[in-house]
Design a protein around this ligand. Structure first.
Ligand SMILES: Cc1cc2nc3c(=O)[nH]c(=O)nc-3n(C[C@H](O)[C@H](O)[C@H](O)COP(=O)(O)OP(=O)(O)OC[C@H]3O[C@@H](n4cnc5c(N)ncnc54)[C@H](O)[C@@H]3O)c2cc1C
Length: 386
């Protein structure tokens, strides 16, 4: 029997600054547009690549491209925004975030992406990891057992834990289920800090960071010749559109249609300093993890009644946390915000040259945090091989 998905399992769907105690030693600077020479001299033998978007996808592309020797300029409209998909992400990275039978190709891709994560950590240094290991359970024992069996037969590490073992692993749980899956290789990181780490690393490798909103892709003849940003032209051999949902509008300025659409999801932050939660929990109706800077982070489906449903969603989530952790009072809500996840219409990542013109590359995928290291690497290889 195929395991059912928990109702709010954000990743299993089709698929702050203040909270972050973790700091990268290098602070990246985005230069405002006037500081940059819009026509930097070409460096013989080095591909000139513009990456649009400094979310996790653009940051990974910039790092991999710079590492592979490209002359990279990354343009980001709002480096401090907290409303991007990356800043609002739960940051769950692991094979257990999807079932092999849901979509075998997507599952295989995630396994590859996890290898790329491990390789990246080796090169970039310690990642801003909030917690390692996920505990999951579905609405009944039979479904949880089926999920574990499916993962085990597909070769991913997933263990069966009975109630006493669950309590050992997560002593704060007041309501441990009779059976849970333990995914020891899963982890959750702080996505915004991870993107900043990649951007800082790209800068160390010579990439330039530019603050500005890209208005259009410039085309000369049948090739991309650069971008227009804040009324100025910036030239390049290749333009990588890694600006999430904004990629569609930019591609259309070059006459190219990208098959992407928005899918909203909600991130909730709770200010509970002494929660004692150790791992990421994907419980029947709750996705919850500790935040690196203290407190708890939870992801949820976007309410049917849009933002007017936020107060009820926040109250439900706080109650569910209190129930799960046996708290006497519901934790205080610090923030609740929705962000649009960039999705591709057929669910497969867009990591390729697009359209009839040369030099226009699109990099849009879900789940973006998991896939960013692998796709960033693939983007760099594709661009530099071309
Ligand atoms: C609540 C929630 C939970 C999630 N949980 C997970 C999870 O656990 N694991 C996982 O893998 N994924 C998760 N996701 C999905 C993941 O966050 C996204 O897939 C990923 O962050 C997308 O990254 P991105 O870089 O493509 O887009 P974005 O983060 O949106 O970045 C795009 C950037 O481009 C910039 N930009 C846009 N237009 C322009 C322009 N014209 N000029 C210059 N800059 C521009 C924007 O300012 C933005 O910074 C979650 C998403 C949400 C909302």
């Amino acid at each position: 029997m195929q395991a059912m998905m928990p109702a709010t399992c954000i990743l299993r769907q089709r698929c702050a600054e203040r909270d972050l105690a973790w700091h990268h030693p290098t602070v990246h600077d985005f230069h405002p547009m006037p500081l940059l020479n819009p026509h930097p001299p070409s460096i013989p033998g080095r591909a000139k690549v513009i990456v649009v978007g400094g979310g996790v996808m653009g940051a990974s592309a910039a790092w991999h491209l710079a590492k592979a020797g490209a002359a990279v300029t990354l343009v980001e409209s709002n480096p401090d925004s907290r409303s991007t998909a990356t800043a609002s992400s739960l940051g769950w990275v692991g094979a257990s975030a999807s079932s092999p039978s849901d979509n075998p190709a997507a599952f295989a891709l995630r396994l590859k992406a996890l290898e790329a994560f491990a390789a990246l950590e080796g090169q970039l240094g310690p990642l801003p990891i909030a917690t390692r290991g996920t505990l999951l359970w579905l609405s009944n024992e039979e479904e949880t057992a089926a999920m574990i069996a499916e993962h085990q037969s597909s070769g991913t590490r997933m263990e069966r834990l009975l109630r006493a073992q669950i309590s050992d692993k997560e002593p704060m749980l007041a309501q441990a289920p009779p059976l849970a899956a333990w995914a020891p290789d899963d982890f959750a990181l702080e996505p915004a800090a991870f993107a900043r780490q990649l951007l800082a690393g790209a800068q160390d490798l010579g990439a330039s960071m530019l603050q500005g909103t890209v208005d259009a892709v410039e085309v000369t003849g049948s090739r991309v010749s650069g971008i227009s940003v804040g009324g100025q032209r910036l030239t390049a051999d290749t333009v990588v559109l890694a600006n999430g949902l904004g990629a569609q509008a930019l591609a259309s300025t070059a006459g190219v249609h990208l098959p992407i659409y928005p899918s909203p999801a909600v991130l909730l932050r709770f200010g509970l300093e002494t929660h004692g939660l150790r791992h990421l929990l994907c419980a029947e109706d709750l996705e919850l993890r500790p935040s690196l800077g203290g407190g708890l982070v939870s992801a949820a489906d976007y309410p049917d009644n849009a933002e007017s449903g936020f107060p009820a969603l926040a109250a439900r989530s706080a109650e569910a946390i209190a129930h799960l952790l046996g708290l006497t009072a519901a934790p205080a809500l610090v923030s609740i915000a929705a962000a649009q996840r960039p999705m591709t219409t057929d669910g497969t990542p867009l990591c390729a040259y697009v359209g009839e013109i040369d030099g226009l590359f699109a990099l849009v995928a879900h789940p973006g945090v998991i896939l960013a290291p692998f796709l960033g690497q693939l983007c760099a290889t594709s661009v530099l091989d071309a």
